[in-house]
Design a protein around this ligand. Structure first.
Ligand code: UVW
Length: 318
């Protein structure tokens, strides 16, 4: 982190806010835009019955990319055939054997939804909730209300890697909403109001190519915060930003040195949920093949009490 970076509040001065728009008790923010009519607009995109799951494999033998400081999920076998196959092993009538396992995982570790209260500054979360409500578990703006309602609407894939003629975007490569619009135009589609915006960078393929060196000078590519960018999200009433990177934006703003400002501009200030570390490769290949980049997007994060986020396996249906 840059020593003399401005504070988040200074950096985001003039950024738009949606606080209070859905009442003083709201905890799902821009997901409110996904009304039943918007669900049906998404359903209309499911025309061929092709299903794509967007979750990365937890416990992938090839490794799990995670935000620095977090660890990949660890799965442990608790019961297997070796458990039952010795003297003194528990016996069930009829000779029942079964396998049990458990995972120990950061809820923000793999493909995940961020709760709106996941990030904050100046002691306030989304909608103005006091940041002390996070202590010991999220009393406000946790993932629970998001999981309770589910996320269903029209999704649009913006394949930024393909648009820029690259196998994958590079470290610290940035783009803006103008680039997203140009990408959509090149794909022959338009981003519409209330679309779930899904961005492919394929940056995590570098994780598999570089191994541990992936984290040297860690700086992901992605959207770069500006007031205009935040205003575009607000005017387009985008409910959800989904990407295949760990944190959905350039890790550190190149000029100011501020880390993850878009997290705050979108989640804290506008109530736009973030979905991170998706696998968009099969979906992107299909979109490139048939030239159709829109689909029904559906995601059901897990209902975890007071959690800051939740693993999820989003689905795109064309
Ligand atoms: C942080 O907020 C640090 O990480 P993420 O939103 O990518 O889980």
């Amino acid at each position: 982190m840059t020593e003399n970076a401005p504070s988040m509040a200074e950096f985001l001065a003039g950024a738009p806010k949606n606080w209070g728009k859905w009442g003083p008790d709201d905890e799902v923010g821009s997901l409110n835009y996904l009304t039943p009519a918007e669900v049906l607009r998404g359903v209309a995109e499911a025309r061929e019955g092709k299903v794509f799951t967007l979750q990365r494999l937890i416990g992938d033998p090839a490794g799990d990319p995670v935000w620095p400081g977090r660890e990949p999920a660890k799965r442990t076998m608790i019961l297997d055939e070796a458990t039952w196959d010795h003297d003194g092993a528990p016996q069930f009538p009829g000779g029942l054997h079964y396998a049990d396992d458990k995972i120990e995982a950061f809820l923000q570790g793999s493909t995940q939804y961020d709760a709106l209260g996941h990030v904050w500054y100046d002691g306030q979360l989304w909608n103005g909730y006091d940041a002390r409500t996070t202590v010991g578990g999220m009393d406000k703006a946790s993932v629970e209300p998001i999981a309770e309602r589910g996320v269903v609407g029209r999704g649009i894939l913006l394949d930024m890697a393909r648009f820029r003629g690259k196998q994958a975007l590079d470290k610290a490569e940035t783009f803006t909403h103008e680039d997203l619009l140009a990408c959509a135009q090149a794909q022959g589609q338009q981003i519409e109001k209330h679309d779930v915006v899904v961005i492919r960078t394929n940056f995590l393929s570098w994780f598999h190519e570089l191994g541990d060196a992936f984290y040297d000078g860690f700086c992901e590519p992605g959207l770069r915060y500006s007031v205009e960018l935040a205003e575009w999200f607000q005017q387009m009433e985008i409910p959800n930003l989904v990407t295949d990177t760990i944190a959905n934006e350039i890790t550190t703003d190149p000029d100011s040195g501020v880390a993850l400002p878009l997290h705050n501009a979108l989640m804290r200030n506008l109530g736009v949920t973030l979905t991170e570390i998706c696998d968009l490769e099969k979906l992107a290949a299909d979109c490139a093949e048939d030239g159709r980049y829109t689909f029904l997007y559906a995601a059901a994060p897990l209902k975890v009490h007071q959690a800051t986020g939740s693993p999820v396996n989003p689905i795109a249906i064309k």
